[in-house]
Design a protein around this ligand. Structure first.
Ligand SMILES: NC(=O)c1ccc[n+]([C@@H]2O[C@H](COP(=O)([O-])OP(=O)(O)OC[C@H]3O[C@@H](n4cnc5c(N)ncnc54)[C@H](OP(=O)(O)O)[C@@H]3O)[C@@H](O)[C@H]2O)c1
Length: 297
């Protein structure tokens, strides 16, 4: 792999679940500057609203010159996005365009984090990067628009990394929520007709750095290995946490109607990333065990 010589990288969403982990796993040769709407304990992040062109330009002028950007900030409230499509589009798409324009001017690489929600979920085998997209939610449509705006503004430097089912040391997520509910209630129903891959930010964050440093323009799929339903994920989390006497029952998505439609099947084929890095991300169960056994949990 060719070593990336440049040194000063902007990481957006630095107070979020993924961005904070990206900031905590900066390779030795790089200085990272975090940014977010708000501040987060233990993470240095410059407060900037990325939907505002003047604010983005001022940040590049004041805190640059940047030599690369990893863009993790997003409007991630999937159900709320159905009621706030304009705000979701502003954050998930327009901000990508603004960052891509700024990166194009400097001719620096830009990594945009995207999602399995760009697919309709009717697939029968893991989705490859060039498979047809077809989002079924506002969140998915706005994230896809973000990919497109970034490629349009910076065709030679944009790398899109699509991931899914994230959990990690910071932020609110399924693994911690299910363990808390299991302790409180002892009895839970969990959806078993949506299939994807739980992915730890501890696994994904170093992969984002590799895509920035060694990747090429285009799309990469990035998830832990294997596949699971939310029910499988819940069973593994409860078991690995050592919570005993919990009754977990599988149920269908129709029993838990939500405003946004989720893809029924969204396993990602991550071969391109594995070839780039010489290894896949860890298996989902192994990664979950590492996270639940870590001090960060
Ligand atoms: N979580 C998942 O399961 C998942 C799955 C697939 C893909 N992804 C993608 O992975 C990336 C990281 O997700 P995450 O779960 O780490 O999200 P997160 O925890 O919600 O972090 C996103 C951060 O972006 C900030 N933000 C929102 N609007 C902003 C704006 N206008 N300007 C600057 N910052 C803004 C948010 O601040 P506020 O909290 O104050 O709004 C939040 O701190 C996103 O691109 C997401 O779409 C996530």
């Amino acid at each position: 792999m060719r070593e990336f010589q440049q040194q000063r990288v902007l990481v957006s969403g630095g107070a979020g679940m993924l961005g904070s982990q990206v900031l905590l796993s900066v390779p030795d040769s790089i200085t990272a500057i975090g940014t977010d709407l708000k501040e987060a304990p233990g993470v240095e992040a410059v407060g900037v609203d990325l939907t505002r062109q003047a604010a983005v330009e001022a940040m590049f002028a004041e805190h640059g010159p940047f030599t690369g950007v990893i863009h993790c900030a997003a409007f991630t409230a999937v159900d709320l996005a159905e009621d706030k499509p304009e705000l979701a589009m502003d954050v998930n798409a327009h901000a990508c365009g603004l960052l891509a324009t700024a990166c194009a001017l400097l001719e620096i690489p830009l990594v945009i984090v995207s999602t399995d929600f760009v697919f309709d979920g009717n697939g029968q085998r893991p989705y490859r990067e060039d498979d047809p997209v077809g989002p079924t939610s506002v969140y998915g449509s706005t994230k896809l628009a973000g990919e497109q705006q970034a490629f349009a503004a910076h065709p030679t430097g944009t790398r899109v990394v699509r991931t899914q089912w994230l959990y990690g040391p910071r932020g609110k997520h399924f693994a911690d929520t299910i363990c808390d509910l299991a302790r409180e209630r002892g009895k839970l129903k969990v959806v078993d007709d949506q299939i994807g891959t739980p992915t730890s930010t501890l696994e994904l964050a170093p992969a984002l750095w590799d895509v920035l440093r060694f990747g090429e323009t285009g799309i990469y799929h990035a998830a832990c290995e294997g596949q699971a339903s939310w029910y499988d994920f819940a069973c593994a989390a409860v078991e690995l946490c050592g919570i005993e006497g919990v009754e977990l029952t599988p149920c269908s998505t129709s029993e838990f109607p939500r405003p946004a439609q989720r893809p029924a099947y969204s396993v990602l084929d991550c071969t391109r990333l594995s070839v780039l890095r010489g290894k896949p991300l860890a298996g989902w169960r192994e990664a979950l065990s590492t996270y639940l056994g870590s001090e960060a949990h």
